[in-house]
Ligand binder design. Sequence first.
Ligand code: FAD
Ligand code: SF4
Length: 322
Amino acid sequence: MLNKNKAYACYSIHESIRLKSSSGGLFYLFAKQILEIKGVVYGVTMSEDCKEAYFTRINNIDNIHCLLGSKYLQADLRDSYKKVLNDLLNDFIVLFCGTGCQINGLKNFLEKKLNLKQLENLYCIDIICHGVSSPGLWSKYVSFLENKENSKLISVSFRAKDEGWKNYGMRYKYLDKTKFIPKNEDPYMSMFLKNHSLRPSCYNCLIKENIESDITIGDFWGINNIAPIMNDDKGTSLIVINTSHGDRLFTKIMDDIKFIDVNLEEAIKYNSAYYKSVCKPANRNSFFDDLNTISFIKFLKKYNFKKKISLKKIIKKVFKHK
Ligand SMILES: Cc1cc2nc3c(=O)[nH]c(=O)nc-3n(C[C@H](O)[C@H](O)[C@H](O)COP(=O)(O)OP(=O)(O)OC[C@H]3O[C@@H](n4cnc5c(N)ncnc54)[C@H](O)[C@@H]3O)c2cc1C
Ligand code: SF4
């Protein structure tokens, strides 16, 4: 039975996976389902030097860890569309998880080459999308950090839950140390969250009214207003079922999640990225001009993205020294 636009608050019952995932760890469960029936999964990983995010294909659950977690920059599709086509032509079941524009682009590409029967083996999941940051900016930021820390970055988590899901931060693992920086104190995250660093199309995202995925997943930011019982600050997902195909996949993971039905209209009141684009900051053009012309340190100072210490942290420090 089709649960069109049914929405749920949910999270995985497997806590260790949930803590490694951005929200409630739902992507992992969908991917596992597909891999268990010998299918293949496309998701986003980081390059070894941490400077790039890109789509990769996995066919084994042992390789799934590199796909977990949001990467807050535009991911390079590489040749993933062609690989998906090839997989579908070879009768594989395929799961592709990306932004709405990447999903619609994939569908557009495949619909010209495959018939409806062949397309039935494809499952698409889009993430509720605030927008994606410039990969060029991220790459410069990594060089800046490595210079500052005098060490090589070996992994990064954009959604580290060290201080909880809502107070997430960046975890940078260097060759010789690990640093956690709360989201509002990290210059890169500030540029992303304040919308300066997004790609031009993200300020007028046409996809939000025309989602072609089977399932949409995101953070359930309004959970305390709607179902506080589902919030233990380890990550709760908002899931929207868009097609009967998606409904069938969702049914298969139900034994591995805690969930409740929610009213979609109510749920998205606290998650505007689901239905509208963010505003373009007035100085967004000069932001990118400066990124390409002045030194990175001057650039951070000019746009006031220096590391800011939160009031909570200052109070904590004061009490520690008393
Ligand atoms: C750039 C970006 C902006 C987002 N904005 C919002 C928002 O405003 N509101 C909201 O509720 N949720 C947003 N999300 C979604 C949220 O952060 C989680 O990705 C989502 O809820 C899935 O979480 P999970 O725990 O199920 O799985 P996770 O393990 O966190 O999901 C991992 C999978 O997400 C996909 N993914 C990760 N990074 C990217 C990327 N750069 N490009 C394309 N796909 C990617 C890949 O398939 C990856 O394998 C955003 C995610 C991204 C990447
Ligand atoms: S905001 Fe829209 S255009 Fe930008 S990455 Fe997300 S889905 Fe694509």
